[in-house]
Design a protein around this ligand. Structure first.
Ligand code: CUA
Length: 336
């Protein structure tokens, strides 16, 4: 009996170490929730810390009392029948009141945070419409006249008000370092607002199962200083022109191809709305919702057989010749 109890106790040790290493791992991971860079993220994180500390206190107190009782009052050889008792009113009141009190301590700041994170954004907030698609993200800046995809540029120090929508099924917008996830639901607009205080590239992804490529519905939030952000805005407002002869040929081919049915390139007849806006596709760092780096080789691979890279995605294999692909790559990479 004695040995059995000891073995059971030791069994927790590896679990504790695993938990500890897991927490250390989170600290360095790019998608951690425990080092937020927004006011919204910090609100939620302070709740998380409070609950974790209280839970650790409860765990240590209860397990400590349990282990103490197991060892202190264990059966010894020669012990007779123990004293028979029934109930202990004082103890029962104590262990009913203590958890109730702990729940109140958790509930009050939780309710306060729920209301604090549901308020209206300030009027000077930068508005962005976030639209979830199977399986990519569309970002529209209605006040700036900019539309982009999968890479959301935001400034530091200014409130950002996101409205979350969906073009098809339920998605969920989640950039862990910016705060909690919020769903993007068809025929409904959800809101989320925060102010970011540190420039950087923050990784995010869809957090609601939305079909075959849910796991590859990623995004990058590129947070810049206000001056850098303004530069980006100005660049996005210009309509890029293909400069090389190859890129110009590519532009003509693009305008004649099926591409224009689904994609928009500002200043051209291409005004399709099914796929990502390609007006400045050459300035993005990744393709296919963040799953491959945006290089001419990868773009060529994508145009040749998008289904091989991201099976099930809505871009059909167009059966383009290698020569045509080369022209299209020259054109698309020139759209900076
Ligand atoms: Cu979109 Cu999961």
């Amino acid at each position: 009996m004695n040995g059995g109890v000891r073995a059971a106790g030791w069994r927790f040790l590896p679990l504790l170490f695993l938990l500890l290493f897991g927490m250390i791992g989170c600290e360095q991971s790019p998608q951690t929730t425990i080092t937020p860079v927004t006011d919204f993220g910090r609100e939620i994180n302070s709740l998380y810390l409070l609950v974790t500390v209280l839970a650790a206190f409860v765990f240590i107190t209860v397990e400590g009392a349990l282990l103490y009782a197991v060892f202190r009052f264990r059966a010894r050889p020669g012990d007779g029948q123990p004293r028979q008792i029934h109930g202990n009113t004082r103890l029962e009141i104590a262990w009913t009141l203590a958890p109730a009190l702990i729940l109140v301590v958790i509930a009050v700041p939780t309710i306060r945070t729920i209301f604090a994170t549901q308020t209206e954004p300030p009027p000077n907030a930068l508005r962005v419409r976030v639209i979830g698609h199977q399986w990519w993200w569309e970002f529209q800046y209605p006040d700036l006249g900019i539309v982009t995809a999968n890479e959301l540029h935001l400034p530091t120090g200014r409130p950002v008000a996101l409205s979350l929508e969906s073009a098809d099924v339920i998605h969920s917008f989640w950039v862990p370092k910016l705060g909690g996830k919020r769903d993007a639901i068809p025929n409904r607009v959800n809101h989320l607002w925060f102010t970011i205080d540190e420039p950087g590239v923050y990784l995010g992804q869809c957090a609601e199962y939305c079909g075959t490529q849910h796991a590859n519905m990623r995004m990058r939030v590129i947070v810049q200083t206000p001056a850098e952000f303004e530069q980006w805005v100005q660049a996005q407002k210009t309509v890029p022109q293909p400069t090389t002869a190859e890129a110009q040929q590519g532009a003509q081919l693009f305008a004649r191809s099926a591409c224009v049915g689904c994609h928009t390139v500002a200043g051209t007849p291409a005004q399709g709305k099914q796929g990502p806006d390609l007006t400045h596709v050459g300035s993005r760092t990744t393709l296919a919702a963040g799953i491959i780096p945006n290089t001419p080789e990868n773009l060529a691979r994508w145009l040749k057989d998008p289904q091989a890279i991201k099976p099930g995605n809505k871009m059909p294999t167009l059966g383009l010749s290698d020569a045509d692909i080369q022209l299209l790559v020259a054109y698309l990479t020139s759209l900076k």
